[in-house]
Ligand binder design. Structure first.
Ligand SMILES: C[S@@+](CC[C@H](N)C(=O)[O-])C[C@H]1O[C@@H](n2cnc3c(N)ncnc32)[C@H](O)[C@@H]1O
Length: 215
């Protein structure tokens, strides 16, 4: 099904439900080939530091032989960083419902113990209590059905398993907030559209952050 990617669709998608699910899946499938480049450019490479910090919170050292879930894994940067953690001997399942995102990350995973799985966070095809920990980076605000996704994560985690969420939000300081708003709502969508060739995907990003802040 082709989905019109105009501003009205983006706004309806940001409101939630099945339309949001279809829209999010569509935009990530379309921007997949440029996703990594845009991530690093738009965040001035700070995204790597944020992911590293989130992975430190996951603390795979508690169970270095365990199985970990990278939810909304995209091009699998988080999975690869976990696999490279010193002393890690476990395995990682990288789940995402936009297959082109997983495909575009395939070259990164090499022979590591990372298994990409095309799956919806709302209905994970994964056994209950089978993961030592789970992480979702920049994905949870995109999920249409937050309660269902959280309950799925809870189901697949072993008792005592840790769940880490890395997500955008607005700075507390008013001064920073105005610069941030300027960048996020004016500059980022323009660079995003130019590099990705996608008219609305990078306008959806600030909208989705606004919405998740309001929840
Ligand atoms: C901004 S990307 C983040 C990718 C990656 N975690 C990272 O750190 O770069 C968000 C990802 O969430 C995925 N996603 C959104 N909703 C999903 C859902 N319901 N089930 C599975 N994946 C979902 C999208 O397909 C996209 O790849």
């Amino acid at each position: 099904m082709a989905i019109a990617t105009d501003d009205a669709t983006a706004t309806r998608a940001a409101a939630g439900g099945a339309e949001k699910r279809a829209y999010v899946r569509q935009i990530f499938s379309e921007i997949a080939p440029r996703y990594d480049l845009l991530n690093h450019v738009l965040s001035l490479n700070i995204d790597r530091i944020w992911r590293r910090k989130a992975i430190a919170d996951l603390d795979v050292g508690r169970n270095p032989d365990g199985r970990y879930l990278d939810l909304c894994a995209g091009t699998m940067d988080v999975s690869v960083a976990i696999a490279r953690t010193a002393g890690f001997r476990g395995s990682i399942v990288s789940a995402d419902f936009a297959e082109p995102m997983l495909r575009n990350g395939r070259d990164k995973i090499g022979a590591s113990r990372i298994a990409p799985v095309a799956a919806d966070a709302l209905e994970l095809p994964l056994a209950s209590e089978s993961f030592a920990g789970a992480i979702v980076a920049f994905g949870i605000r995109n999920v249409a059905g937050l309660d269902a996704a959280l309950s799925e994560v809870h189901r697949v985690l072993e008792y005592g398993g840790r769940f880490v969420i890395l997500e955008f939000s607005r700075p507390d300081s008013d001064l920073l907030n105005s610069d941030y708003q300027q960048y996020f709502t004016k500059i980022l969508p323009r660079i995003g559209a130019l590099v990705s060739g996608h008219p609305t995907a990078y306008s959806y990003l600030p909208e989705s952050v606004e919405l998740s802040d309001a929840r």
